[in-house]
Design a protein. Structure first.
Length: 204
């Protein structure tokens, strides 16, 4: 699936775009509106949130369904050069776990992405993830722990669990699409609510 660019209409003109701080979101299907009607995902809701607070910020959603931290790491340099973001949101890692990839590689990739973003002058928000208990307690603990560890080492902002209140609630099954992997449309506002308190601290 190709990257989806979520750019407000007022940001289309290149001259204007250069004057507006950019939030770059590098994620996977959770941010790419997989299985949702266009315009109903948490990223479009973020645009509406920014507009409601009169924040003139350009949002670029460079999320690709199925992407891993390795994919994000390889794509990031070009995205940083093209968009020159003031803020980078990294929402990757879930597909690494689904594929059983080595967690030390996941941590290494996330760390490299954070460092590249900081070097480019951007502030960073890392969105943490968790995996179901059936992955095994040791794997699940290590996976969920690598996000705060990287954030602490690199001194960047973090949302410890992006799907808090969605995947861990009493009615968790009702918060997901039929595949039980991707949150449904009604869960998108909660996803934004998990992100917004930390994101608003670091956007210009």
């Amino acid at each position: 699936m190709s990257a989806m660019l979520a750019v407000p209409a007022f940001a289309q003109a290149p001259a204007q775009a250069r004057l507006q701080p950019t939030v770059l979101i590098v994620g996977d299907s959770l941010s790419a509106e997989y299985g949702l009607r266009r315009g109903t995902g948490w990223v479009p809701l973020l645009e509406k949130q920014l507009a409601s607070e009169n924040k003139t910020v350009r949002v670029v959603n460079a999320s690709i369904s199925g992407d891993t931290t390795s994919g994000g790491r390889s794509r990031l340099p070009a995205l940083l050069a093209q968009h020159q973001p003031a803020t980078v949101v990294i929402e990757l890692g879930g597909n690494d776990a689904l594929r059983g990839l080595p967690l030390d590689m996941t941590a290494k990739n996330l760390r490299a992405m954070v460092q590249a973003s900081k070097k480019a002058g951007a502030r960073v928000l890392l969105l943490g993830m968790e995996v179901p208990p059936n992955y095994g307690a040791a794997y699940a603990t290590t996976f969920s722990g690598l996000f705060p560890k990287v954030a602490k080492e690199e001194k960047v902002a973090i949302v410890p669990f992006f799907l808090k209140g969605i995947a861990d609630g009493d009615n968790a099954a009702g918060n997901f699409q039929a595949d039980r992997i991707h949150p449904n449309e009604s869960s998108q506002a909660r996803m934004l609510a998990n992100v917004w308190p930390e994101l608003k601290k670091i956007i210009p």
